[in-house]
Design a protein around this ligand. Structure first.
Ligand SMILES: [Mn+2]
Length: 320
């Protein structure tokens, strides 16, 4: 029986995978994403032990996924660790296998709490790096873990990870080496390649910030930009701030669709709920977290979608 770790390729996913690997040193690490998980799980055998970290359950694959989870947990073992809101109508109890799911905590925190008894305290910092990566470091457990560390050092290391992997979505070789170094308890700054990548990216980011203010468009409470060649998530955050808008939307065109990231800081706006409700009406899909989400909409309906999004945002703001 082999152990496989399937994780998302962002900092939270990488740190979750590193914690799971530290507790299961012979495991294979594999990167996946919500739309690819079903197919990627076929790489493993049904009687293997599978640990899935930080990969949300995609509405469009849900039946097939749950069947697969059920086969694996009957013949082998399935552990599902995640913090993304579940698809409409699905509860934790409907998911076969061992499920650790909580919205509001990072997957790294949840993975750490599952394996905590098998790891020494040095590994707590990986949970903290991951939590910072997903802006989820203000939870009770992470705050308690932080008491054992100097948080400025951990923010430096986590920031280094964030900056180093930005724009390296499919660089799985790099990400696998980060996971194995973290699992061996080496801080990110010990890897010269990461330091160089992080500095380079920070310079590119500075240029982007200066350029962005000339590119922002607004529609009611929404600031948006399409085709700006920089991280969609960060672009959405910056244009929101620069325009003083409630929501930032950064999109890029791909095969007739606009792929976009959305960000808000308004607690009264739940982007996940809004997108899950409205994106399908425009022939697309979307969801994520309340304050950070993504969507994909056919290009010709993008403007119409933005107007509807703005209506929803204005309604959320006026209710509050
Ligand atoms: Mn996450």
């Amino acid at each position: 029986m082999d152990t496989w770790i399937f994780a998302h390729g962002d900092v939270d996913g990488i740190c979750s995978a590193a914690i799971a690997l530290a507790a299961n040193p012979r495991a294979h690490v594999f990167f996946s994403h919500p739309y690819g998980l079903v197919g990627d799980l076929d790489e493993a055998r049904d009687h293997d032990r599978i640990i899935v970290c930080d990969i949300s359950l995609s509405e469009s694959h849900i039946r097939h996924l749950l069947d697969k989870f059920s086969t694996i947990s009957e013949k082998g073992e399935l552990i599902y660790i995640d913090h993304h809101p579940l698809p409409n109508g699905l509860t934790k109890e409907d998911i076969p296998g061992k499920v650790v799911h909580r919205v509001g905590s990072s997957a790294s925190e949840l993975t750490y709490s599952l394996f905590e008894h098998e790891l020494n305290f040095m590994y707590a910092r990986i949970a903290i790096y991951g939590a910072i990566g997903d802006y989820l470091d203000d939870t009770p457990l992470i705050q308690r873990l932080l008491e054992g560390w100097d948080k400025r050092t951990l923010y430096f290391e986590s920031g280094l990870l964030v900056q180093a992997i930005e724009g390296r979505k499919r660089d799985y070789e790099l990400k696998r080496s980060i996971v194995s170094n973290l699992a061996m308890n080496l801080p990110p700054s010990f890897d010269k390649r990461l330091v160089d990548l992080a500095v380079q990216h920070s310079h590119v980011e500075e240029i982007a910030i200066r350029e962005l203010k000339h590119r922002i468009l607004t529609l009611g409470e929404i600031a948006y930009v399409v085709g700006f060649p920089f991280s969609l998530g960060k672009t959405a955050t910056y244009i929101k701030g620069l325009a003083g808008a409630a929501v930032g939307v950064a999109g890029e065109e791909r095969r007739g669709m606009i792929d976009m990231s959305l960000r808000t800081n308004k607690p009264e706006i739940d982007l996940n709920k809004i997108l899950r409700r409205i994106a399908v009406r425009f022939g697309g899909g979307g969801g994520g977290h309340p304050n950070a989400a993504g969507a994909r909409i056919p290009k010709e309906r993008f403007k119409e979608f933005l107007r509807e999004l703005n209506r929803e945002v204005e309604e959320s703001l006026s209710k509050a």
